[in-house]
Design a protein around this ligand. Structure first.
Ligand SMILES: *[C@@H]1O[C@H](CO)[C@@H](O)[C@H](O)[C@H]1NC(C)=O
Ligand SMILES: *[C@@H]1O[C@H](CO)[C@@H](O)[C@H](O)[C@H]1NC(C)=O
Ligand SMILES: *[C@@H]1O[C@H](CO)[C@@H](O)[C@H](O)[C@H]1NC(C)=O
Length: 555
């Protein structure tokens, strides 16, 4: 169902103009850097990104100093009149002891400055910082300004982090040509762009780590005649053209697939809810099998609603994926908890039928306790392991966990095992039915057979998604046009199939609804009969777990 949802939503980024990137505002005055300490620069840029990732609280009101990375330390938003205090930067400090640096926020929300250029000095003297050349300072200052408008951290994805570090070493810290006008080398969050002569167009391979980008295609960036990178007319910010990396047809294809999911899940939720109401309304059907159905339906309904939220609120909006809010990550975990419990309740259905037919004697209330533990309890253990392990690897938690991770097996492993067990149970049930019941043809065994048949149809149906997953075609291949819609329909209409087979096609339910319908009809037709009709309903014999027992005794 959801494990393989690698949706290529990032396409939309391009249209939204989120790939906008800024570069040096005074590009022509790019400095010659002969003595750049590349290691220091790398540390500083990394520290900048860590600062941006961790210090997210922005200053509110005029009287607060904004969060800032000054080249050495990360300063949190601080109210005016207060003194902020941080440790010396480990990468730049030569001091033996652990020292602290302080900085005062002045009235009006301005950080106090000291030193000649008002930057990088603070009261860092205690730290005995490494010497930075004037050129290094300028390069750093320019780069930090450049980084400011990149939306995602290059450290969010390991491939992009590698590219960024390579870029710092090979491009950003090196001088451009001296004899002509050129656009300076730059990093836009995804790719590293070489310094380029004015009037030229530079090409880079599309980054492979961006979902939906076709490897083998090229992105380009235009260096204008005046030696500045092309500005996007809508935003006035520099812009790398990645639109060539994606396929517009592909984008609308993904959109259609998402619509299938939303439609399928919505229909399933409606069908399941109606079924649940029916089960609760007709109290005469109170028995273990129906209780299991109810739990299965509840887990289906919650899971499908969460999928609808996912498809309508999350993957349609790249900003949501990028900001990677905690709520969005929790949604991923919850969806998969209820998905697991779904499969566990399906397992309980099979287990119950098996116990009933093969083992014959069942302590109904005791077995129900075990089903609750299996159906709602065991998924908690699995999901806790999964969320715990996966959340401890930052590169596995980007984009609301949308990408498949190397820990996905923690979820899919147990599901496959229990599906297999369920299948074995059902084969055994069929064996018992065929050998023992061939001669018997009472209505009760007929009913049991129907229950078995419903479950028998459902198990492979629910497993189908796992059966076809290994055959998932490469993105962009022609087979995908067949595979994806089928996969979407199989996943999203499962709830509908379950409610049809367990409720709407259930002979008992049909009979009860018919009876109720006739009663209501009679009541309307003859007013004096009203009391009689109501009494009939309420005095109808209710026999908890009666039906199943009857089935077994008939066996
Ligand atoms: C950037 O420049 C270096 C050295 O001049 C060269 O080896 C590399 O291929 C260039 N990269 C691109 C993408 O043009
Ligand atoms: C972009 O800059 C130009 C000139 O500086 C200005 O005329 C134009 O209004 C700006 N556009 C936007 C969207 O800011
Ligand atoms: C990006 O490149 C494509 C293909 O060359 C071109 O059609 C499109 O106009 C470019 N976009 C912008 C904003 O220049």
């Amino acid at each position: 169902m959801g494990w393989t949802n690698s949706y290529s939503i990032l396409f939309k980024l391009l249209e939204l103009g989120l790939v906008l990137v800024v570069h040096l505002s005074d590009s022509s005055s790019r400095i010659e850097a002969d003595e750049v300490d590349k290691v220091l620069l790398r540390h500083q840029l990394k520290a900048y990104w860590m600062c941006r990732l961790n210090v997210t609280q922005y200053a509110k009101g005029n009287d607060t100093c904004p969060p800032e990375f000054d080249g050495w330390g990360c300063w949190e938003a601080t109210p005016a009149g207060q003194v902020a205090k941080i440790e010396c930067p480990s990468f730049g400090s030569l001091a033996e002891d652990k020292n602290f640096v302080t900085r005062t926020c002045q009235t009006g929300g301005k950080w106090a400055t000291s030193g000649t250029d008002g930057k990088y000095d603070g009261d860092y003297f205690r730290c005995q910082l490494k010497e930075m050349s004037a050129n290094h300072k300028k390069i750093l200052e320019n780069l930090l300004r450049e980084m400011d408008d990149i939306k995602t951290s290059p450290y969010a994805v390991s491939e992009s982090a590698q590219e960024f570090e390579r870029c710092i070493n090979d491009v950003l810290s090196n001088p451009g040509p001296t004899d002509k006008l050129y656009c300076p080398g730059t990093f836009d969050g995804w790719s590293c762009w070489n310094a380029t002569s004015a009037g030229d167009v530079v090409y880079v391979p599309c980054p492979v780590f961006v979902t939906g980008f076709h490897p083998g295609r090229y992105a380009h960036k235009v260096c204008e005649e005046d030696g500045s990178w092309f500005l996007h007319p809508e935003t006035n910010k520099t812009w790398s053209n990645y639109t060539t990396c994606i396929d517009k047809d592909d984008l609308s294809f993904r959109d259609k697939i998402n619509k299938i999911y939303i439609a399928g899940y919505s229909i399933s939720v409606i069908a399941l809810s109606v079924s649940l109401v029916i089960f609760f309304y007709f109290r005469s059907m109170k028995c273990t099998r129906i209780t299991i159905h109810k739990n299965l339906f509840v887990s289906f309904i919650i899971n499908n609603i969460l999928w609808i939220v996912w498809y309508t609120e999350v993957i349609r909006y790249p900003e949501v994926l990028f900001s990677n809010k905690i709520a969005c990550q929790v949604l991923h975990v919850l969806v998969h908890y209820f998905l697991l419990s779904n499969y566990m309740w399906m397992f309980c259905e099979g287990l119950y039928l098996h116990t009933l037919l093969v083992i014959a004697f069942v302590a109904e209330d005791k077995i129900m306790k075990w089903f609750y533990i299996l159906g709602w309890g065991s998924p908690i253990i699995v999901i806790t392991c999964y969320a715990g392990i996966r959340s401890s690897y930052p590169e596995d938690t980007v984009f609301c966990w949308i990408e498949e991770s190397r820990f996905t097996w923690i979820l899919s492993g147990p599901v496959c095992i229990f599906m297999l067990l369920n299948f074995i149970f059902l084969i055994n049930i069929v064996r018992v039915l065929v050998t023992k019941l061939r001669a018997v043809n009472s209505p009760d065994t007929h009913q049991t057979r129907k229950a078995v048949r419903a479950t028998l149809i459902l198990i492979p149906l629910l497993g189908l998604h796992y059966i076809i997953t290994p055959f998932r075609p490469e993105p962009g291949s022609p087979e995908e046009a067949v595979y994806e819609p089928i996969s979407a329909a199989v996943a999203s209409f499962q709830g509908l199939c379950v409610s049809l087979l367990f409720c709407f096609f259930n002979g008992e339910v049909i009979a009860l609804i018919k009876k109720k319908w006739q009663q209501t009809f009679t009541t309307w037709g003859n007013d004096t009969n009203r009391n009689y009709a109501v009494t009939t309903m309420s005095t109808m014999p209710t026999t908890p777990s009666h039906h199943d027992r009857e089935d077994t005794t008939a066996v």
